[in-house]
Design a protein. Sequence first.
Length: 289
Amino acid sequence: MTRLTARRRHLVIAAGGLIAIAGVISGTVAVATEGSGSSRGEETIAQGPTPAPDKAPGKSPDGKGGTPTPPTTPGAPATPTSNAGRVSPEIVHEAETGGKVVALTIDDGPDPKWTPKVLELLKKSGIKATFCMIGPQAKARPDLVKQVIADGHRLCDHSVDHNTAMDKRSEDYQKQQILGAKKMIEDAAGGGPAGTIPYYRAPGGAFTPYSRHLAADNGMRPLGWDVDTRDWQRPGVDRIMENIKRELPNGPIILFHDGGGDRSQSVEALARCIDWLKGEGYGFGFPKV
């Protein structure tokens, strides 16, 4: 009996030693794992979603070039309007149709002097374009908004105040700028399916994840551009054409202006651009919704 008790005592001691050793090993492994950053919790943080940047990688602040990165966290929900639909919040840099096609976009109007000249040129050329309108401009010129629609062109919301720093402002401010302009343009259009607004273009490309989701929730695809003609700088028609030819490999969406000042160079350059593009075998269409 004494012999058995001693043996059991040795077994208990041995077992206790093994448990102690295992505890030391386990503690060492735990410390090593925590320090390496490979625990389950840290893997979740490292591999989980990260907030999307205000502008997609590879883009300049104007929202052109590169492949947009969709935001992973939607902004505050907006109340959809009658023309809301399943629209992507990604900034579009594609034409609706494939192949050798460009999409002309005309910003900052409507303007009582220059928009009619642009409309006349487009009608003469048999080409449709997208007009990115500033809300108060549309409100002041409902006749031109209706003419744009009657000629078969598309509308785009370009904000109320054309604030190129609106990505630095609050979500409430962005909402007022986007939905306020949308209402003004729709009212000027007179309602009906033809007066829907399928796009939103942030002034200067100042998109945010919130503004993109807000626009998409209200049926407007965020609209970027690939070719900045820089016609708004009035550098001369020849320089505008150089800009177009240099940047056209970036993608199909071309940016012109019909508002914001003297657009005589813009109109002349648009005419030359259309002739050149036709000569190069390009077709014309709308941006993808």
